[in-house]
Write a protein that binds this ligand. Structure first.
Ligand code: ZN
Length: 156
């Protein structure tokens, strides 16, 4: 298990647009594994390349149903709306209210560069939107309604 340092808000790497992944090299495979380890270690539901300082279009998500790897992801369709709390591993101890689509359909490649489509509702839809925003250099703080709040986690 290899953990990478999670970049925090204010780090310029979080504000840059990411590049497409052309092929899964051993280095990319290692990065994906490290991103999963880092996400689980931090009790997150998602992590994007820039959050570990890598400007590549790679996202890992786990909303409780196992890991989802999204390479070069693209949103195909959204529907509905949900308003709820959102947090980010790059802003530890903070949360804010964000409105997102309630349904998302996306296309991506997995860790073997096999293309697939995924549909998600509620938390999964929120996580996909949040993580894909990271690939464009955007943080959820740009979308927060009202103020960011301080939160405490019981397991820390
Ligand atoms: Zn985030």
């Amino acid at each position: 298990m290899a953990l990478r340092t999670i970049r925090l808000q204010g780090d310029p790497v979080l504000e840059k647009r990411c590049r497409e992944v052309a092929e899964i090299t051993p280095k990319i495979s290692e990065l994906i594994e490290d991103m999963k380890d880092t996400m689980y270690d931090a009790n997150g539901v998602g992590l994007a390349g820039p959050q570990v300082g890598v400007l590549k279009r790679i996202v890992v998500i786990d909303v409780g149903d196992g890991p989802i790897v999204m390479v070069n992801p693209q949103i195909l369709e959204t529907a509905g709306e949900q308003t709820g709390d959102e947090g980010c591993l790059s802003l530890p101890g903070k949360a804010g209210t964000v409105t997102r689509p309630n349904y998302v359909k996306a296309r991506a490649y997995d860790e073997n560069m096999q293309q697939y489509e995924i549909e998600g509702e509620e938390l999964l839809a929120r996580a996909i939107c949040h993580e894909l925003d990271h690939l464009e250099g955007h943080l959820y703080t740009e979308l927060v309604e009202g103020k960011l709040r301080d939160v405490t986690y019981e397991d820390e």
